[in-house]
Design a protein around this ligand. Structure first.
Ligand SMILES: [Zn+2]
Length: 381
């Protein structure tokens, strides 16, 4: 396991590459932004969105997928500021938190029409369990639904333009080829959408779910997409994207932060909308030896807000802790709808724990500290 010499991302991160100086492609992509002519990009954006603007105000100008987070609040504020009339679409999270609900209400109160799509919770819980057991990702159905549901809405409401937030491949590192891609389409979703090789067709073939239970998770057909002319853009391609700035702007427009550091994180303003996020982040740590705290610290280091040494200290304090609770909700309650108990949960954890990253005890089980946290093998970071 090797670390970027500039930020804290490790070599275990999928699709992360290092140059000859040991600097990762997420850092390189960020520093390359200095040469971007943002005024030019804004012009491009206005031109594209202008083409989609509804004639005679007979329909919405675009769709903004919103989770209620700081970034979606920023997206809505920005689009309203530019004079467009968006239809906001939410694919409700798996286990929406109280603060997440408050922030969704806040988005509506910015002065927009809002559609909230709540998938069948019984099916969702089954999908959470399949995701957790099969690919080690409880959030698998959510990651699929946040893409498919707004696209289905675009067809349903006949609003062709979808304005997504940032291209996660850009800020967090990913295949170089995708980084200049400013369009989110089916190919992007399949390759980079975090679906981990589990396909929707697998669910009907191998896990006994019926096709009618999976409607929200189906990507529309090419024919349907073409009929409406569905186009997806990343706002982060056209405007300087900065999580902390987005947060400050969102807060000024009524967004609520937690007021204390979120479990597994180093800040209080990210990932506030789903109680299952702690489990999602923990499994990333089990597989790759790093998680949310590393991601956020790396973003802050790149922007010169903290030093690499300070970031490392923060990561050691917060990254990959056993998810006893998230946003204050106990783990046992979070996993209850999945029909599993703590013992079963821990067995699933063990199956996904990377043997090359974590220390084992003399009896062959994974070594844990007094708070049940795993212990990493020492790597030079
Ligand atoms: Zn880096």
């Amino acid at each position: 396991m090797k670390y970027c010499t500039n930020c804290l991302l490790p070599s275990t991160k999928p699709d992360l590459f290092f140059n000859d100086e040991g600097v990762c492609n997420a850092c390189t992509a960020f520093y390359n932004r200095a040469s971007i002519n943002w005024e030019e990009r804004e012009k491009d954006f206005l031109e594209i969105v202008g083409k989609f603007k509804s004639e005679n105000a007979s329909n919405w100008d675009c769709i903004i997928p919103v989770s209620g987070g700081k970034d979606s609040t920023f997206q809505v504020v920005k689009i309203l500021e530019l004079g467009f009339n968006p239809l906001c679409v939410t694919a409700t999270t798996c286990d929406l938190s109280k603060i997440g609900r408050k922030n969704l209400d806040n988005i509506r109160n910015l002065g927009v029409d809002h559609v909230e799509f709540s998938p069948n919770p019984v099916v969702r819980a089954k999908l959470n369990r399949i995701g957790l057991e099969q690919v080690g990702d409880i959030s698998w159905p959510e990651h699929l639904g946040i893409f498919t549901i707004p696209i289905r809405a675009a067809i349903e409401y006949r609003v062709p333009l979808i304005i997504w937030g940032e291209n996660s491949q850009n800020e967090y590192g990913g295949l170089a080829a995708s980084q200049n891609n400013n369009v989110l389409d089916k190919r992007w979703l399949t390759e980079f959408g975090g679906l981990l090789g589990l396909r929707i067709s697998d669910l009907t073939d191998s896990y006994g779910l019926t096709k009618r239970e999976l409607i929200p998770y189906q990507y529309p057909s090419d024919k349907e997409l073409e009929k409406i002319g569905v186009t997806g853009l990343f706002l982060g391609h056209y405007f300087k994207w900065d999580g902390l700035n987005n947060y400050i702007l969102a807060q000024a427009h009524g967004f609520n932060s937690l007021g204390r550091v979120i479990e597994g994180s180093v800040v209080d303003y990210e990932n506030l909308d789903n109680y299952q996020t702690g489990i999602h982040d923990y499994f990333k740590f089990l597989k790759f030896g790093y998680s949310r705290a590393t991601d956020i610290a790396s973003v802050l280091i790149r922007r010169g807000r903290i030093s690499r040494t300070q970031g490392l200290e923060m990561v050691k304090m917060h990254d990959g802790k056993y998810p006893w609770h998230y946003l204050g909700k106990p783990l046992q309650e979070i996993i209850k709808p999945l029909g599993i108990d703590l013992e079963q949960f821990n067995k699933i954890c063990d199956r996904f724990t990377n043997i090359n990253i974590f220390k084992k005890d003399v009896d062959g089980s994974y070594l844990r500290d007094s708070n049940f946290n795993l212990v990493k093998i020492n790597f030079d970071n």
